[in-house]
Design a protein. Sequence first.
Length: 237
Amino acid sequence: MNETLIGRIGQTLSFALVIFITAVLVPKLFFHETITIVLVTQTLELVLALLAIVILGKAHFSRYGFCRPKPFFNTSLLGSVFLAFMVGALASLAILLLGAERHSLLKSLSFPQIILLVWIFSSIIEEIFTRGFLQGHLAPFETIKVLGPVSLPTLISAAFFGLMHSVLLLSGTPIVTTGITILFTFTLGLLAGHQFSRSRSLVPPIIVHFCGNVGGFLGGLIYVMTSLIITGQVPSF
């Protein structure tokens, strides 16, 4: 890799790490309620990602995915949406079948809070951060392919997105659950990143991300219904 590429990757990952660490650690220093910590974390992540685009991208937001995809729907997006559902469901089923506990965050939120904070807010904010800023800033190197059709920026953003979830260990989430979550989010990141690479818009990856989260819920629902049919009892989590 030439110096320009290495320098760009180093600059982008340095900003991304500062954003992530700040968003995760600062709320824990000042707040104690889970929902407050989550809201402040999401707000910081969004604000800092937008600020990074202003600083490094000179506020050219359209280059970082803030535009409408053309065409809006295509067979590639539909395929990614289907795979996101499947990956999310399989990840949830794997966690439950292995007898691991759910994420400590999910256990402390009500279902409406999960829909709002995890399905909607996280899908939007994390995509703005990892695909919009991180992958968007590496866009000049999209022609470098590393895994078939997967570009280098897509792989880097997916890997960063997956490793972000290792922070679950700090909140008491079991290592098995954390490991499966990292693998799931990495795969989801590849799907979302591929759509961002194709469309240059944040809309398709947000849709893919949302569907992955919903797929996780459907996997849990399938597990509950199957257990109820077989044993006649609702399993405890």
